[in-house]
Design a protein around this ligand. Structure first.
Ligand code: URA
Length: 439
């Protein structure tokens, strides 16, 4: 049973920089979830945490309480090897989870994946999957477990019963300027992720223009906070810091990203996407105990991407979640836009910069994302890049193709896109795709 305190005293304590104990955190979070702690006191607490921070033990206690506010899925003992999930802090064109989960499952490792929706300028795995006709991301606990057991992987979203404390707290953070706070982000992400019961986790912390954490120091602090929580909860975890200065791959937008996913699952696709799928896949196999070394894991993932096994697994997952699996071999069944316009280079030279954030916003302006939480998504809308940083272009040559059903959206989005493109005379220094690995 949760002990009782005076909320005023606990807010006062945090505001003055003291640490909160596990029971105190539980009292505040549980009270807010069941409605006994009003919004104004939780808002004050969130702002106090924003300015005063939380240490590792407080962040772990916050995560644990938020996770336990709802239904928990326990997969321990169900499989021969450990189940493993992967989380990305979000980016533009980041569709890695989509080919990764079936590739890892095709190597015999279960992947119970708890995914998210688009947030701000970033896309979300669930929205991308829902561009496949019929695909259901809201499975019951039993349906989810049964899909992971039968297929090897399943991807679901937060329901009313999974981490309800996070759902309420996130809604409040969103309107009280308390989203960009490392302990709150770490607890929010992991309370949902760990509810789905993975025994190990690969964390992909994006860094750069299109990421939540734009600089390396912030990205590392977030990675360390999440690793600390995983360790305290008894889960194995590895964190990668990867680049999000330009979009990942060429496709940005829901159905366009499903097409690129199928390319990757067929052994092709853009090199940056393929590399992250292979590196994270190898790490997941190793965390699960299904590969002895990174080299062995790499080989296994390359094999299933090359021989059709990962693609077959993706079809099985789509079918298991009610989707039209024939899209895998017949992409004409995916939504496609009425209008496709080329965005042409204003001058000749080498592409210096394609800022991920602005490109994400341009894609949103075409209809690929939401500007308000209840907005419908145009699954066909988005951007196909024809060039990436370091590529040569001639004046008038397409840099990208815009896909939209509503032609009126093209010009504003085109201006936003072109405002971010820099073309120069010399080849820019290549940025790393993987900046760091933390264990
Ligand atoms: N994603 C989440 O789920 N929560 C955050 O706080 C930030 C990103």
């Amino acid at each position: 049973m949760t002990k009782t305190y005076l909320p005023y005293e606990l807010i006062f304590k945090k505001r003055n920089g003291a640490r909160l104990g596990d029971d105190e955190i539980a009292f505040l979070v549980n009270g807010f979830t069941d409605g006994t702690l009003p919004d104004y006191q939780m808002s004050a607490l969130l702002m106090a945490i924003f300015f005063r921070g939380m240490d590792d033990a407080e962040t772990a206690a916050l995560t644990e309480t938020m996770m336990r506010s709802g239904e928990l899925i326990d997969l321990r003992g169900r499989f021969k090897v450990r189940s493993v999930d992967k989380h990305s802090t979000g980016g533009v064109g980041d569709k890695v989870s989509l080919p990764l989960a079936p590739a890892v499952a095709a190597c015999g490792v279960p992947v119970p994946m708890m995914s998210g929706r688009g947030l701000g300028h970033t896309g979300g795995t669930l929205d991308k999957l829902e561009s496949i006709p019929g695909f259901r991301t809201q499975l019951s606990k039993d349906e989810f477990i049964s899909a992971v057991e039968r297929v090897g992987c399943a991807m679901i979203g937060q329901t009313k019963t999974i981490a309800p404390a996070d759902k309420k707290m996130y809604a409040l953070r969103d309107v009280t300027a308390t989203v960009d706070c490392i302990p709150l982000i770490a607890a929010s992400i992991l309370s949902k992720k760990l509810s789905a019961g993975p025994e190990a986790l690969v964390l992909d912390v994006k860094t750069g223009d299109g990421a939540f954490m734009q600089d390396m120091a912030g990205s590392k602090r977030l990675a360390k906070a999440m690793l600390g929580i995983c360790k305290k909860s008894g889960r194995r975890a590895v964190a990668y810091i990867t680049d999000m200065d330009q979009p990942l791959g060429l496709a940005i937008g829901n159905a366009l990203e499903i097409r690129e996913t199928i390319e990757c699952l067929s052994g092709g696709g853009p090199a940056d996407l393929r590399e992250l799928v292979i590196v994270f896949g190898a790490e997941m196999l190793s965390l699960a105990g299904a590969a002895k070394s990174a080299a062995e894991g790499r080989k296994a993932i390359e094999k299933v991407l090359g021989n059709g096994a990962a693609k077959k697994k993706f079809s099985e997952m789509v079918a298991a979640q009610g989707g039209d699996a024939s899209v895998v071999d017949d992409q004409a069944r995916l939504p496609s836009a009425k209008h496709v316009d080329a965005i042409k280079a204003p001058k000749s030279g080498v592409i210096q910069r394609l800022a991920a954030r602005d490109i994400g916003v341009a894609s949103l302006m075409l209809g690929a994302g939401r500007t308000k939480s209840a907005d419908p998504i145009d699954y066909a809308a988005g951007i196909m890049l024809a060039k990436k940083v370091g590529d040569r272009v001639k004046k008038g040559e397409p840099i990208a193709y815009f896909h939209a059903n509503d032609r009126a959206r093209m010009s504003g989005a085109g201006e936003r896109f072109l405002s971010t493109v820099e073309i120069g005379a010399v080849k820019p220094k290549k940025r790393k795709l993987i900046w760091d690995v933390l264990k």
